[in-house]
Design a protein around this ligand. Structure first.
Ligand code: FAD
Length: 470
């Protein structure tokens, strides 16, 4: 006989496991079907956590490489990275966090069913691999996430032509690395492996790095990458990649129409991720799909009653950010809706984007170009980290904070930063947008001294044409 639940969640990523916990907190009997050996999905196993752990190693390396500047003497010469130790530490961090979710499942009396789920009809889920069984559910939440995808003509062989799944585990630092795609994943790995010693080239089809960011941020990143020895080939199309025993040849058409062949140890394809729905049975149930994604409304309802979907696997009809914090926010909303609470749609203009390359990028709201496109008469305020005391002390002076505001009502429309601690500083900007703050209110907010956050206040003053320290 099938076991009956109030809610069955398929997938235990940052969407699925958060939905399960909130539903259980609200008194629901919950099961999660997850096919991996541990909980946490892409974010914990292959994504946010391992990459940011590697970036912390890269930062440690940076400090040691500048040891003399800090008055720290290295009697044995130049520092070198030990990848075995790096991976051991990173894996320990990952294991600790995935175990933490197991603990939370037990605490909230959530059943983890280890296996692969398939929708078997309205209110029915079959576990078809692993702990095979049939489940009944009043509500089903699809949270099956995403997986790396390539571009036409480039075949991932997982050895020489790899994705981020392999890049987090490379046993040795490649001497030469070509990265295809300059989104968050591409530029983060460029920072990691350059700091570890690789010669890196990043290839981007669009005219600038991190194309979703404000143009000024892209320009600053390219400048900083150049200083660090990372080559950026923007406006460049990779036409062919051939893997051999000792490396990979990458053929690219550059912005000026020339063909260039780059030879590297590794080609990392970081061109985005596609939805995971194979074998899930969505089509058989008649769930409406769009370009392979599960189509949902603003309350994450699919076209079939009592089946919701959240996270990387969904589309709301336009671009949907594939981010851990977005999947978790959607998860909480869905669980609360299912439990009968009143919920309001999320505002995707208020989703912070964080890219942990060096220098870090944190942004929220409209870029200058987007604000102009929406018809705003914009006012810009910008403040460089280079003149900020706290940034000078840290030896991290690249970058700036840029505020995009509406001239008429002084409302903050977007905040874009590149530089030290930007992924933390962005929290203040998110709140400013959520509370519909004016630039004036930011200038009247007292920022502690000496802190990196003073750059936000100074950028606000700059938007009014009166930065104090500039
Ligand atoms: P996923 O995390 O992909 O989880 C889906 C789960 O469903 C998986 O565990 C999968 O095994 C399971 N599953 C799939 N099909 C089935 C089935 N039929 N039966 C049972 N189980 C199934 N986001 C950030 O916000 N910050 C970052 O710093 C960041 N860094 C990233 C770095 C990298 C290298 C990558 C690849 C991604 C990064 N992301 C980051 C994106 C983030 O990881 C994803 O947006 C997030 O994990 C999406 O969560 P999800 O729950 O929708 O899906």
């Amino acid at each position: 006989m099938a076991t009956a639940y109030d809610v069955v969640v398929i997938g235990a990523g940052t969407g699925g496991y958060v939905a399960a916990i909130r539903a259980a907190q609200l008194g629901k009997k919950v099961a999660v079907v997850e096919k991996q050996k541990s909980l946490g999905g892409t974010c914990l196993i292959w994504g946010c956590i391992p990459t940011k752990a590697l970036l912390e190693h890269a930062h440690a390396m940076k400090v040691v490489q500048h040891a003399e500047e800090w008055g720290v003497m290295l009697p044995y010469g130049q520092p070198a990275i030990n990848m075995q130790t790096v991976h051991a530490r990173k894996d320990k961090v990952v294991a600790g966090l995935t175990k933490g979710i197991e603990f939370l499942f037990k605490k909230n009396k959530i059943d983890w069913i280890k296996g692969t789920a398939r929708l078997a009809g309205k209110g029915k889920v079959d576990v078809v691999e692993g702990e095979k069984q049939s489940l009944e559910a009043r509500e089903i939440i699809i949270a099956t996430g995403s997986a790396p995808r390539s571009v036409p003509g480039i075949e991932i062989d997982h050895r020489r032509i790899i994705t981020s799944d392999e890049a987090i585990h490379l046993p040795q630092v490649p001497k030469t690395l070509v990265i295809l795609g300059s989104g968050a994943v591409g530029v983060e790995f460029a920072s990691i492996y350059r700091r570890f010693g690789s010669e890196g080239t990043i290839i981007e089809l669009l005219p600038r790095l991190v194309p979703v960011e404000d143009e000024a941020v892209s320009a600053e990143l390219e400048k900083s990458f150049k200083k660090q020895g990372i080559r950026s080939l923007t406006g460049t199309k990779v036409t062919k990649a051939t893997a051999g025993a000792n490396g990979v040849d990458v053929e690219a058409q550059t912005a000026d129409g020339k063909t260039e062949t780059l030879s590297a140890d590794i080609l990392l394809v970081a061109t985005g991720r596609g939805p995971v729905t194979t074998g899930l049975g969505v089509e058989a149930l008649g769930i409406q799909m769009e370009k392979g994604y599960v189509k949902v409304d603003s309350m994450y309802r699919t076209s079939v009653a009592n089946i919701s979907a959240i996270g990387d696997v969904i589309t709301l009809g336009g671009a949907h950010p594939q981010l851990a914090h977005v999947s978790s926010a959607e998860a909480i909303l869905v669980a609360e809706r299912i439990a009968g609470q009143e919920v309001r749609p999320l505002n995707y203009d208020h989703v912070p984007g964080c890219t942990y390359c060096d220098p870090e990028i944190g942004s929220v709201g409209l870029t200058e170009a987007e604000a102009k496109k929406r018809g705003y008469d914009v006012r810009i305020g910008s403040f460089p980290f280079g003149v900020l005391g706290r940034a000078k002390m840290a030896g991290e002076s690249d970058g700036f904070v840029k505020i995009v505001a509406d001239k008429k009502y002084d409302e903050v429309l977007g905040v874009h930063m590149i530089g030290p601690r930007s992924t933390e500083l962005v929290a203040e900007a998110v709140l400013a947008l959520r509370l519909e703050c004016t630039v004036e209110e930011l200038t009247r907010t007292i920022h502690a001294h000496p802190t990196f956050s003073e750059a936000v206040a100074e950028a606000a003053h700059a938007a009014h044409g009166a930065a104090i320290h500039m």
